[in-house]
Design a binder for this molecule. Structure first.
Ligand SMILES: C[S@@+](CC[C@H](N)C(=O)[O-])C[C@H]1O[C@@H](n2cnc3c(N)ncnc32)[C@H](O)[C@@H]1O
Length: 274
């Protein structure tokens, strides 16, 4: 099931989904610039405004994105990183990370979940943050230096083409990013490729209500905001299965839009023997 709705007629040689990716990168480059300048509130407001149309005000609680969601988990990262968070959940709270594991964060942004993971996996573990936006990578590296962690690295690249060899990762995490990708089929197949046999996926993501109307779902202007392009629960589970995941578990956490919720999505790659 391909989801690419890109209209790249003016750029016939552009990769599928490129115009969506360009718009998303522009949006997050601006957010990173605000946070780097000490105005993380502005970045978060832009995020909430993008997802929440006027109708949201009556149906959605205020703190649906960002650092306010972290609670006690926030102590694993610096205040600067947490304040620059633009996620819609807390994947580290459910990823059950163990010392020595290798973790990959898809769309690592300012690096909050990378920093929390780095403390959990300890000095014998490793955490890789992947992001396509240079401004976010700069911000994340700055936050990691400030946190004094040295078992992390930030890599520039696309979720659709993860620049890592296969079967080297124990846990893939992600926070409100997979919904932004034009083709989730490719992204989840890439996540499956880099995971070792028995490896786990634990991500926060936006899930569209089953009755979401077509125009809201395909509205390119809303793509960077969150809800356009989001999979329904049924489509998400099916796409994970097609990518090779088993034990799919999707738990809704809170509403982020009149037509979408945030959810924790967990699944795993079968062990070699099974
Ligand atoms: C909503 S922010 C979330 C950032 C971070 N996970 C957090 O919780 O704060 C989305 C991030 O994903 C990155 N991103 C979006 N689509 C991407 C793609 N296709 N490939 C790589 N990075 C992507 C953006 O640059 C941005 O930093």
């Amino acid at each position: 099931m391909s989801q690419d709705t890109t209209a790249s007629a003016d750029r016939p040689d552009a990769a599928p989904g490129q115009s969506i990716r360009d718009a998303v990168r522009e949006h997050y480059a601006a957010a990173a610039r605000h946070s780097a300048a000490g105005d993380a509130d502005k970045a978060r407001q832009a995020e909430a405004a993008g997802c929440c149309t006027d109708s949201c005000a009556t149906t959605v609680d205020a703190a649906v994105f960002g650092g306010d969601l972290y609670g006690d988990e926030a102590s694993g990262a610096t205040a600067e990183a947490v304040s620059a968070s633009l996620g819609c959940g807390v994947p580290t709270a459910v990823a059950e990370l163990h010392p020595g594991e290798t973790v990959l964060d898809l769309g690592s942004g300012a690096g909050t979940d990378v920093l929390i993971s780095a403390r959990r996996v300890g000095p014998h573990g490793r955490v890789i943050g992947l992001d396509m936006t240079p401004e976010m990578l700069d911000l994340a590296r700055r936050n990691a230096a400030q946190a004094g962690v040295d078992n992390v690295e930030f890599v520039q690249g696309y979720l659709e083409q993860i620049p890592l060899p296969g079967a080297i990762v124990d846990v893939v995490i992600s926070n409100c990013v997979i919904n932004l990708a034009a083709d989730k089929t490719v992204v989840l197949a890439e996540a499956a490729r880099v995971l070792r046999p028995g490896g786990r996926l634990a991500v926060s993501d936006v899930i569209a209500d089953p009755d979401i109307d077509r125009s809201t779902r395909d509205d390119a202007d809303q793509w960077t905001g969150c809800v356009a392009g989001a999979l329904t629960r049924e489509d998400y589970a099916r796409t994970l299965g097609e990518a090779g995941f088993v034990d799919v578990d999707i738990v809704e956490t809170h509403r982020v839009h009149p037509h979408a919720v945030s959810a924790i999505v967990r699944a795993r790659i079968p062990d070699r023997a099974s």
